[in-house]
Design a protein around this ligand. Structure first.
Ligand code: PGA
Length: 257
């Protein structure tokens, strides 16, 4: 696993934009995430599109997850959120932005359809946030490391965490459709971003803890190309950081490394 520690959330966003931009070309398939952490990365990519000519034409986007019971037009649906915060500001075809169907009358079939669709493509890079309990996507602790896209019940803490986006806590959906951990691991490169002290324990468990369904993000340990990009606060519980910084500053100068 590559561990990149940057001084500030802004520096994390700049580096994340650098990494993602490296995959953006006609025909690329990008896996994206909602949540607060990636917003600064999206703003930086929008700036590069508007000011530096970074083109997303011909790219496809697959989202990690969606609330069950929300119409795609609902302001807090993740289908709507990614458009408002990112893809509407780019030259990407709106019909090429895909999410699990949160308002299907048959959520189990919708999950299976999404799994079939995403596994028919090659996701070049999957951007991930992390919950303070170690979830990625909406794979809460105890999610099978071999899970695929499916219906999940949210942890009450996740519902409380997400209540800030809704008028009242009662409006937060209790169930979701989410890519599974095996689905996520199919992407060519996993890029997990985290900032702030509230993520420090989850980051330490992800990077230095045992591979465990109690920390779903530890599934990155199984992936041949995973990058954990964090600020100083999120890195504050890592014990092996001298090595991470040394490796970061002494990258071999081989082509393609
Ligand atoms: P956050 O959410 O980026 O808003 O902290 C991350 C997550 O819960 O996956």
């Amino acid at each position: 696993m590559e561990i990149l520690i940057r001084p500030t959330p802004e520096a994390v966003a700049t580096q994340a934009a650098d990494i993602i931009a490296g995959y953006v070309q006609h025909g690329s398939v990008l896996g994206l995430a909602t949540g607060s952490t990636p917003i600064a990365t999206y703003q930086e990519l929008i700036r590069r599109h508007q000011q530096e000519g970074l083109s997303f034409a011909g790219c496809k986007v697959f989202m990690l997850d969606e609330y069950l019971g929300l119409d795609p037009q609902h302001e807090q649906s993740y289908a709507r959120t990614i458009r408002r915060e990112f893809t509407e500001h780019l030259d990407i075809n709106d019909a090429d932005v895909f999410s699990p169907s949160g308002n299907s009358g048959d959520p189990l079939a919708a999950a299976a359809d999404y799994e079939r669709h995403i596994t028919s493509e090659h996701v070049a890079i999957q951007l991930l946030g992390i919950g303070s309990n170690g979830h990625i996507g909406f794979n809460e602790p105890t999610s099978s490391l071999n899970s695929v896209t499916r219906l999940k019940t949210l942890h009450p803490q996740t519902i409380r965490d997400n209540a800030r986006f809704f008028d009242t806590p009662d409006e937060v959906p209790t169930h979701v459709l989410t890519q599974g951990l095996a689905t996520i691991r199919r992407a060519g490169h996993l890029l997990l971003v985290a900032t702030g002290a509230s993520k420090a324990a989850a980051i330490a468990a992800t990077v230095e803890g045992p591979l465990s369904s109690m920390c779903p993000a530890s599934t990155l340990q199984l992936h041949p190309h995973a990058t954990v990009l964090i600020d100083e606060e999120a890195a504050s519980q890592l014990t092996f950081r001298e090595y991470y910084q040394y490796a970061d500053q002494n990258k071999p100068a081989f082509q393609g490394y």
